[in-house]
Write a protein that binds this ligand. Structure first.
Ligand SMILES: Cc1cc2nc3c(=O)[nH]c(=O)nc-3n(C[C@H](O)[C@H](O)[C@H](O)COP(=O)(O)O)c2cc1C
Length: 373
């Protein structure tokens, strides 16, 4: 954790409501990245000095560590994320229609367990406004210098049977700005959304997204479409979703979203937080999300790209996901508890692991755990 964040950032944030602290940090990041001097300072302080190129989803990523969905839903601080050295940025969840999400408070922090519970409910400005935000950004600053991913969610007002239209409309609105789309059928905070992990729902959504893709690509390469699933699937259900997603043309999978399972609490304060409704993220999610990577990597012989997310607080956590089979890794909660210096710590740590194992490229390390078992 960076000294500045440890001494000033985290103690200050501790006294604030979690969501307010989050919004304040986002605005600060945007402010800092708009000024050339403070932007250079951000780069100097946080940007990793090592490059660990990895080619996946039609792009070369400068290293495997990126921003998970939910942190910058409306794409307001893109230059800030770039400046802190992430190798890709996932915005959203974006839904077709603008929505406020669930009533506040809806985000809770359990500091000693390094976990968050949230029931945001896809609060976002909606596909049209976010498309305008991106159009403005692109015309003023050009495309971000790292791949931009969009997390697709379903509007609450859209009935489940019309979900594919909602995902398709958002994809259409954001298509020209996006490098990779993630079909999120696993947020626990939109009623019944997780049912869309079932065959019929998932197939219909992916078919719709492929139709939009080929229409807008005008015969060229469509954008990669990934599926993001819940850690609460049984192993058998997970294998089923993988087969369905793969045979429906998804380019890869994101493992995983937040969990409904709760860890043991270390105090009565935490007990109250864990009793809140919503999805839990952070350290307690690490093992299950890494185990899912292991399962999917094995069943697909490492031939279908996996993005690992859940509980990454250090280079060791990210490395565990890579050797289990992940080509890319993301974090959300890690940035809340460790601050922006997490990126440098993770990338430099992975670089050390690669050297220690005698690997020259990241691809040499992906999924190697199963070879040594
Ligand atoms: C406040 C909050 C909002 C989130 N919003 C989304 C979202 O809109 N779409 C999505 O796919 N995942 C969302 N996530 C899940 C994260 O992207 C990630 O999958 C999960 O938090 C596990 O990673 P972590 O342990 O590094 O936080 C959200 C997580 C949090 C904490």
């Amino acid at each position: 954790m960076g000294v500045f964040y440890r001494w000033f950032g985290r103690p200050l944030l501790k006294f604030q409501d979690s969501e307010r602290a989050h919004l304040r940090s986002l605005k600060m990041l945007r402010l800092f990245s708009n000024n050339p001097l403070t932007r250079s300072a951000l780069k100097l302080t946080y940007k990793p000095r090592k490059s660990i190129p990895v080619e996946v989803f039609g792009n070369v990523y400068s290293h495997p560590f990126g921003l998970a969905a939910g942190m910058d839903k409306n794409a307001i601080a893109l230059r800030g994320w770039e400046a802190t050295g992430l190798s890709f940025i996932e915005i959203g969840g974006v839904t077709q229609h603008r929505q406020d999400g669930n009533p506040k408070p809806r985000m809770f922090r359990a500091d000693s367990t390094q976990a968050l519970v949230n029931r945001m409910g896809f609060n976002n400005e909606g596909s049209e406004q976010i498309s305008e935000n991106l159009a403005k950004h692109f015309s003023k600053y050009g495309a971000p210098n790292v791949p931009l991913w969009v997390n697709l969610g379903k509007s609450k007002i859209t009935p489940l049977e019309d979900a594919h239209e909602d995902y398709g409309a958002t994809m259409r609105a954001l298509w020209k700005f996006t490098d990779v789309f993630v079909v999120n059928v696993s947020s626990p905070n939109t009623p019944n959304l997780r049912e869309l992990q079932n065959d019929e729902g998932l197939i219909r959504i992916l078919e719709k997204c492929h139709t939009v893709n080929s229409e807008l690509a005008l015969g060229g390469e469509g954008k990669p479409i990934l599926v993001k699933v819940a850690p609460d699937l049984t192993d058998q259900q997970l294998e089923h979703v993988v087969n369905t997603a793969r045979s429906s043309g998804a380019s890869g999978i994101v493992l995983s979203n937040t969990t409904l399972v709760r860890p043991d609490s270390t105090s009565s304060k935490e007990e109250k937080i864990f009793a809140e409704q919503g999805g839990l993220s952070g350290r307690p999610l690490l093992n299950r999300s890494t185990e899912m990577i292991r399962i999917v990597s094995k069943m697909t012989n490492g031939e279908w790209p996996i993005v690992g997310v859940g509980g990454v607080m250090s280079a060791e956590d990210a490395w565990a996901k890579i050797v289990a089979g992940a080509s890319l890794v993301q974090a959300y909660s890690g940035f809340v508890f460790e601050g922006p210096s997490l990126t440098k710590a993770v990338v430099h740590g992975i670089h050390k692991h690669l050297n220690a194992q005698g690997y020259s490229m990241l691809v040499d390390a992906i999924g190697t755990e199963s070879e040594s078992c």
